[in-house]
Design a protein around this ligand. Structure first.
Ligand code: FES
Length: 104
């Protein structure tokens, strides 16, 4: 038997639903944060830094460090570690501040 965090606490989440990451369909479970759904799919990085474009993902996982910023449904700078995944969410890689297209 595979041990998972859900099995360890005997969680019985509702039915899974679909979100997308950069257009790729992923499965999320009720109660998962966007970061948790990305991790479960093996995705560890969903942002690049303003200086140098270094990859970033979740670091603190409690909403403090802001390393996990993602663009969700076209809205940049969402902390993926504390934003719940919702059915149909479209998560996209955030480049820099998420407002690069506005730069002059
Ligand atoms: S991982 Fe630190 S704020 Fe989300």
């Amino acid at each position: 038997m595979t041990r998972t965090p859900a099995s360890l606490v005997r969680a019985e989440p509702g039915p899974p639903y679909e979100i997308t990451f950069d257009g790729r369909p992923l499965t999320a479970l009720p109660g998962q944060s966007i970061a948790a759904a990305l991790w479960a799919a093996g995705i560890l990085s969903w942002r690049t830094t303003r200086d140098g474009g270094a990859p970033r993902g979740a670091f603190c996982a409690v909403g403090t460090c802001y390393d996990c910023l993602a663009t969700v449904n076209g809205r940049p700078n969402r902390r993926a570690c504390i934003v719940p995944a919702r059915p149909g969410d479209a998560v996209t890689t955030q480049k820099g501040s998420g407002h690069d297209e506005l730069a002059v």
